[in-house]
Structures are given as structure tokens and as C-alpha cells.
Design a protein around this ligand. Sequence first.
Ligand code: ATP
Ligand code: MG
Length: 398
Amino acid sequence: MYNCVICRYHEIATKGNNRSMFERVFVDNIRHQLKDVADLRVGRVRGRVWIDHKSGADFTESEEAVICESLVRVCGLASFSFVIRTAVDADAIRRAAIDLVPRLFAETPGARTFRIRARRSNKKFPMRSRDIEIDLVSRIAEIPGLPEFEIDLDNAAITLGVEVRDEFAILYAASIPGPGGLPTGSNPRVLTLLSGGIDSPVAAYLMMKRGSPTDYISFHSSPYTPPETTDKVTRIAKHLNRFQISGRLYLVNLAEFQKAVRDCCEERFRTVLYRRAMMRIAEKVALQHKCRALATGEALGQVASQTLVNLDVINRAIDMLILRPVIGEDKLDTIATAEKIGTMVLSAPQVPDSCTVFAPASPATAAPLKQVEIQESRIPDYGALLDKIVSEVEVVEP
Ligand code: ATP
Ligand code: MG
């Protein structure tokens, strides 16, 4: 019945000169997400993106399901609707309404209130918005077998939207929300430090939602951590890639460095020392692979390594920009996002984490930078050790 999808965007529309770049990336991402639906066409017309079959055919039910499931993963998309697109012709609009309305009642059992919202941007069309609404309501009232309903202009269970545009008219019911934000690929690529936890997958998603595609780097401590540690993170990276065209996972074994820290440094500084090494390694990998910044799932004050002072000391390990998209989030909100994007179930199983290897009983919550630097100077060939670890990075295409 529906022969078209209208995709709406907000933030892209506020762009000035480079708006067309944003729109191009947006359309490319929609095409990528829908590549398995045969014969589709994705085009731009006046501030909207339209999806239809080249043949003009209606979508099948299974195509509707695939399109729905795919579009909710396209960053930059504010909302979308399945629509019936007709000629700019009163009879064609009436026929479409008479086709569509029974389906809307069938999909909303128990609905007893109804309204029509008509808009006419095509001023050449002879009926005004109000006339269209009155005309259609009288015809809909005559549809046999429809449940009894009242018109409620303020708060109807079912709203039929009608838009008469210059090129065509559309009729639709629901607006399905998209992720919003900016199209992934409209900002440079970043490298997300991905653990098996809840926060860092959300951070990766939020970076994509601000336009940056992401690669991932994850630290393990084999043989002190089991293969499940990297299996879990690989599954998470694979799932996150559903929101973008591609993203590699770099797996790094930190065990040798952690042993050096265990043997040479004061116990309470271990976590901060691990973290600074992670940042240095991540920066090197990012530079090698043209990622312009790092991203983490750090949230202020969440654990010892994320006190303001420790974040500052960790931050100073490198020059590269470190983005922390969940820094100010309540954990429950981060969990809600993880559930929405489907990473929560993947993060839930408890597997050993690299950070807990030789974890100090009582970590320093405010490690002074000078002290930390003294600890690092005690590790023989600190720089060469990190270079060796970087040279052994394992690259995975999840
Ligand atoms: P998460 O839920 O993302 O694991 P967390 O609340 O457990 O976060 P930490 O373990 O302190 O917090 O980690 C803070 C951030 O440091 C993570 O969000 C992640 O970006 C990075 N990080 C921690 N451990 C690793 C790891 N093993 N590999 C890659 N990045 C890591
Ligand atoms: Mg963690």
C-alpha cells in the first residue's frame, strides 16, 4: 500500500554552504543501510529524502519491516514516515485516503478518535487545507465496516497526514523517530577505546551520531584475561558497525606493560599508569590509521580512574584530542541508550577486563602528575615497550 518513505532531518537543514555535503553523506548512508532491498531509489527533493521503488511499486510487508529496522540506525535522520504518494489530483488523494484509513484502524485496535491534518504547499491546488480535511472526512465516514469514531482535533488516536506539494501529494499516518544528530561520515574518523563495559559502546555510538565514523581499540591482557574478553568486544564492535559503513577493531595486548608496572611501580598508581599507556598506544594507532581524535566512555567520578584529577593526569599523557561523550551522563541514562542501541545485552555478561589485572587494592584517586611521571621513569625502556606493543596490534574487521 505504501509506495514511498519520506525522511526528515533537522540539524543538517541548519547547515549553510556545506549543507549539500551533509545531505550527500546522509543519502549515501541510507543507501548503504538499504542495500539489500532490491530496486530501491533514494533521492533528495527540497529538504527531504525520498525512498521508493524505481518501478513505482508498493513496498511489500517484509520490505516495510526491513526499511523500518534499517532507518532507525541512520544518524542524522530525525524521523521518517511510510507514505502513499499520489498525483496532485483530488480524486487520487481521495482514493488513497479510502485505501489507507481502514489499515490505520486495523493497526490501532480500539481507536475511537480520528483527525486529518492537511497541508497545502502547492498553492495552485484548488482546495485549501481546511477544504481537503472536510472533503476527506465525509468520504471516510462512508467507508463500510470502519469502527465508529469521533473527530478529535486535539488528541486523536489516529491522525491522517495529507500534504499537497508541487510535485505530488502524500498521505501518511505515523512518524517514526530516527536517531537525530548528524550523518556519520560528515566529520572525521575517531578511534574509540572500547571495553566490554556499558559506557564505551554508548560513547562510540554518540560519536557516530555527531558525524564521526569510528574505529575501535581494545586492550586485553592475554594470558591473564581469557579469549572471551576479546570475543565479547568483537561482538560489540560488530554490532556498533550496524550504525556505520565500516569500522576496524584493533586488539592490543597490554600484559607485558602491566607486568612491568607491577614490578617497578607503586601499587596504588597502577590504574592511572595503565590508562596513560592506553592513551599513548591509542594515539599511535590513531595516527597510523588517520583517526583524528580518541573517544572514551569515561564519566566524571564514576570510578577511581575517572576522578577529575586522574582524568587530567590521564589526559596529559598525549597531545591528541580525547572526546568523552558520556562525561556528564547519569549511568541510568547511559544504560537506557545502551538498551536502545542494542549493546546492553552484549555488555551484560561479566568477563575479566584488562584493567582488573593486578588491580590495586586501593587505587590513588588523586594521583599527582609529578609522582606518576616518576613511576613511569622507573619502567625500563618505557617508550620502546609501547612501540613493541603497537607493532603487535591485531587488526580485526568485525
Ligand atoms: P565501560 O563501561 O566503557 O567499560 P567503565 O565504567 O567500566 O566503562 P572504566 O573501566 O574505568 O569505566 O573505563 C573507562 C573508559 O576507558 C572506558 O569507557 C573505555 O573507553 C576505556 N577503557 C577501559 N578499559 C578498556 C579496555 N580494556 N580497552 C579499551 N578501552 C578501555
Ligand atoms: Mg570498563
